[in-house]
Design a binder for this molecule. Sequence first.
Ligand SMILES: [Zn+2]
Length: 462
Amino acid sequence: MSEYRPTIGVEVHAQLKTETKLFCGCPVAFGEEANTNVCAICLGLPGVLPSLNKKAVELAIKAGLALNCEIHTKSIFARKNYFYPDLPKGYQITQYRFPIATDGKILVEGKEIRIKRVHLEEESAKSIHETDKSLIDYNRSGVPLIEIVTEPDIDSPDMAVAYLKTLQKILQFESISDAVMARAEFRCEPNISVSKEEGKLGTRTEVKNLNSFKAVKNSLSSEIKRQIGILEAGEVVEQATIHYSEETGKTWVARSKEKSSDYRYFPEPDLPPLNVDKKWIEEIKATLGELPGRKKEKYISLGLSKEDAKIISSSSAASSLFEEILKLVNEPLEVSKWILRDYRSLGGPDISAASFAEMIEMVLSGEISRNAGAEVLAEMTRTKKAPKQIVKEKNLAQISDSNALEKIVREVLDENPDESTRLKKGEKKLIGFFVGQVMKKTKGKADPKEVSRIISEYEKKY
Ligand SMILES: [Zn+2]
């Protein structure tokens, strides 16, 4: 018996990182008192006219470019008509036949996932259901969103999660969306069908509004089981909208799926076609950063391990700091160590690349020890003082003067007569012990290489 194969596509609604809403000047803010960031336009009062937020268009274009889409110089807003209390106008302004971007693709774990379309639309209000009543917060009404739709190129729940993580990272990295799932800024609606027959797709169902990767994975796994159960019983899967309960881990049919004809889409008469010129698209293209995947490859080519390259490239703050420092200190491995260990353990502070580089130079030249370097970094973060000044004030300079070190080595040898005798007899492993003693005596300020050299020579002399 052949196996059922799942075919999965994903729709994501991502909130664009703008100051104001899509068609009015109301602020976009999270967690404010309900119904305070509203006006006649986003409350859908009669007779008002929408005016389009340019920043939202810019971010939608940027998203299209980051997903390797074709950007359309002309796109058209449409009304999607339906009634719901969270939609006071009775329609949602979205893009339908003519979206701003189409035909993209991204690589996810080596597999190409095609992006069918990216379009702009407004958010509806938020319904809050309580036991005896429902409340509505219109603060979210009119918040700018993009919807990103894939082709059905995904073949497992794990792959769906991998795609979503990659997409989320791209949107965050390019400052298109904060994409915080807990704030509903990145919501996933996977659709899924199963089929045994090669090249033939089953009837698909769509899982609504998932706000965690775990919910995506579990709901898809549950839905695969449910659909296979139906088919095995000789029945047919109906096209439907599916809900998922995090508590039970089960999916159930909420309602049979509306067809797009149910919405009576038509072009939005209050907004002209959206025309963007090619020059603007080129300007936006120039602001695109290097995506994490490409950066990671570059860092591996500089000699970093896969794991280290992944960690640095996945944070835009860490990767830009890393690259800025490299311009000043061209020692990728050394610099990556400082970023991965010390910078990260300090919580990734806002720090000047020039000062960071200066501190690393001081360590590389032997002016200060590695431990002192870490101390300097922590102090720089706190006080914003220059590394040289911190070294001076805290007396952190390494002792590398041979005469001074020889004196300390002698003291340490005198203090440990037994070990000293054994060293003289040629027990070389004691060199490490004495270096340790000197470091202890100098509170870590002795140059360990120089100390080791002096002790080795001392051992040879006798
Ligand atoms: Zn408003």
